[in-house]
Ligand binder design. Structure first.
Ligand code: ADP
Length: 613
């Protein structure tokens, strides 16, 4: 809105021109002073016209005229260059300075200035008796009215103070309303209870009261502050008073002349009295106003509020580039790692498959080998038993012959009618004993040749030796070869398959007997010895006084199919060694010191083996 120039002003200009003795159509137009009419045109005219008239009196040739303007009007007039000077509030000045390059040339020295010279602040008012709103922080959740978002003392200073107190008027209030000019409306709204609190430029309340518009006692101030020398009620700090500023296009000389004229205004001049100020002083520092606007991000700092993504990107492009690079590196790295993992997983899977296949193959091979070994053991046992069959038959003959003899003797005695019942009972017991013996021999043969799985259990070595010797006793006796037992009693058991141990002993004894078949060797005989070796293992030695080992036999003793015997298979010793080694033992042959051969083997004691396992 733009107020038209009051006729009075034009009259003044004309008067000025006349008193300067110049024609009215002087080439120079009057000095135009834009004045912020914050309480309406009439109020502005009443307050500032005398000041402008004072200037007109000092510039008689040009005269001076006042242009009352509201905030948008002020901006438009400055932009259009339709005024030479502006007399405006502090906040508006800072904006005009930033936007249009106006420069302050004097600051109003207000009669109500504080000791610092600053005179603009805000007062937050509530109705008297509102004890619930004492500090600025109490405004949270309340309704507040201010004149205009662009009003400096009328809103912006209070806004900054409220933010400092932790209340953002735009988010923390129940309602924020703007009444528009004139500011009287704010005070009335508070008085009438339309809002909880109102923001006024400091001293406006006092002015309204002095003018009789309202009763000062009906209001109280929120968060009262005192500034030395400042006479009005105040809720905030103080900022410099209104400046008079020249436009960029305003000639330097004119500006200087106007400043001089203002500084020379005599004390108590009516213009000052009407304007409510004492005079003019050098332009004050408006940096605190910049600070306030910067923190509120308004006026010249409004751009801080609208920071776009593009602005951010422009400002921090190097960080963004770095982040993009890092992201790219990370993506490439991740892809590479993922690829490697895939490749390695595939490799591992293939290796696993191969391993499983190999393991299955090995298990199959082991099963087959075990089966073969079992077959071979069986065949070997059958074969060795076959070799001994005639002797075993002879062995069986003995109990059977004894049974027959006992039976015949009993028959004869019965027929002759001799013999007591006790004698017959004795004979019957003898028959039974012989039958048991024959039965045992048969059972042992059956056990020995039975096809069976290997069974490891604690076995008594002396018992196994005894069982083996019984199977070849007949053979020894028929060859007239004494078999001596030198068995150490109380040996620890060995963890073994007892039949296999018997098989080994039987083989060794059979070989020993074979070595003496030709009648060679002095003091013929076989000794089977058991005992403990130096390392706590159970040792079994079969010593003979036979023909001993030839060089060839010594070298190839354990080779499968190596035999020097007609009809021999050459498997006995190789099978014996396999059996002993599968029990964790060891088998070897040495020469007998007195001629002949000693073949011995050791087996770990059961406890030792169990512990070790
Ligand atoms: P086989 O008894 O069927 O020949 P072995 O493997 O039991 O098969 O024996 C292989 C060979 O080792 C025998 O043929 C024999 O020459 C020799 N041998 C084994 N034991 C003795 C021994 N106690 N004295 C001399 N030679 C032996």
């Amino acid at each position: 809105m733009r107020f038209t120039v009051r006729p009075g002003c034009l009259m003044l200009a004309l008067l000025g021109a006349l008193s300067a003795g110049l024609p009215a159509q002087a080439a120079e137009p009057p000095i135009r002073v834009g004045v912020l009419a914050y309480r309406g045109g009439d109020h502005a005219n009443a307050v500032w016209e005398p000041t402008v008239r004072y200037l007109a009196d000092r510039f008689l040739r040009r005269g001076a005229e006042m242009v009352p303007l509201d905030l948008p009007g002020m901006d438009a007039a400055v932009a259009a260059g339709s005024v030479d000077f502006v007399l405006t509030n502090t906040g508006n000045y800072v904006e005009l300075e930033a936007r249009h390059g106006v420069t302050r040339i004097a600051t109003l020295h207000s009669s109500r200035s504080g000791a610092s010279g600053a005179a603009v602040g805000s007062a937050l008012i509530v109705r008297a008796g509102r004890d619930d709103i004492r500090s600025l922080a109490d405004l949270k959740g309340k309704s507040v009215m201010a004149v205009d978002p662009d009003a400096f003392g009328g809103f912006q200073i209070a806004w900054g103070a409220m933010l400092t107190a932790g209340v953002d008027p735009y988010t923390d209030l129940k309602e924020l309303r703007f009444s528009g000019f004139p500011v009287d409306r704010v005070a009335f709204a508070v008085r009438d209870g339309a809002v909880d609190a109102g923001v006024l430029r400091a001293c406006v309340l006092e002015e309204l009261a002095a003018e009789g518009h309202l009763d000062r006692a009906a209001f109280q101030i929120v968060g009262t502050r005192t500034e030395p020398g400042f006479g009005c009620a105040l809720s905030t700090g103080l900022y410099p008073d209104w400046p008079l500023a020249r436009l960029a296009k305003t000639p330097e000389d004119l500006a200087k002349a106007v400043v001089v004229a203002l500084f020379q205004m005599p004390d108590g001049h009516p213009a000052a009295l009407v304007g409510g100020y004492e005079g003019w002083t050098v332009p004050m520092d408006y940096q605190p106003v910049h600070g306030l606007f910067r923190s509120l991000r308004i006026g010249p700092y409004e751009h801080l509020r609208d920071v776009t993504l593009l602005d951010l990107a422009r400002e921090h492009w190097h960080w963004l580039a770095l982040a993009a690079l890092a992201l790219l590196w990370w993506a490439v790295h991740s892809l590479r790692v993922e690829h490697l993992i895939k490749v390695r997983t595939a490799e591992l899977r293939a290796a696993n498959r191969e391993l499983r296949h190999e393991m299955a193959e090995r298990r199959r091979a082991e099963d087959t080998a075990r089966e073969r070994q079992k077959e071979m053991d069986h065949v070997a046992r059958l074969s060795i038993l076959g070799e001994m069959a005639s002797n075993i038959a002879h062995e069986l003959n003995q109990p059977l012959g004894a049974i027959a003899n006992y039976a015949r003797g009993c028959t004869r005695r019965l027929e002759a009618g001799v013999g007591s019942a006790a004698e017959f009972a004795e004979a019957s017991r003898a028959i039974a004993a012989q039958a048991d013996r024959a039965g045992q021999i048969i059972a042992r043969i059956r056990d020995f040749v039975r096809k069976r799985a290997v069974q490891l259990e604690p076995a008594d070595v002396n018992g196994a030796v005894e069982a083996a010797l019984q199977l070849c006793e007949g053979r020894a006796r028929s060859g007239n070869i004494p078999v001596t037992r030198d068995l150490t009693p109380g040996l620890p058991p060995v963890l073994a398959d007892r039949v296999q141990i018997e098989q080994v002993v039987l083989n060794l004894v059979k070989n020993a007997l074979d070595a003496m078949d030709d009648g060679a060797g002095e003091g013929r005989g076989v000794t089977v010895r058991t005992g403990l070796d130096g390392e706590g293992r159970v040792e079994i030695a079969v010593a003979d006084r036979g023909h001993g080992l030839s060089e060839d036999a010594r070298a190839r003793l354990f080779d499968p199919f190596f035999t020097t015997k007609p009809g021999g298979m050459g498997l006995g010793l190789s099978i014996c060694r396999t059996i002993v080694e599968s029990h964790g033992g060891h088998l070897w042959a040495t020469d007998h010191p007195g001629g002949g051969t000693v073949v011995r083997f050791v087996l770990p004691a059961a406890e030792e083996k169990v512990d070790a396992g």
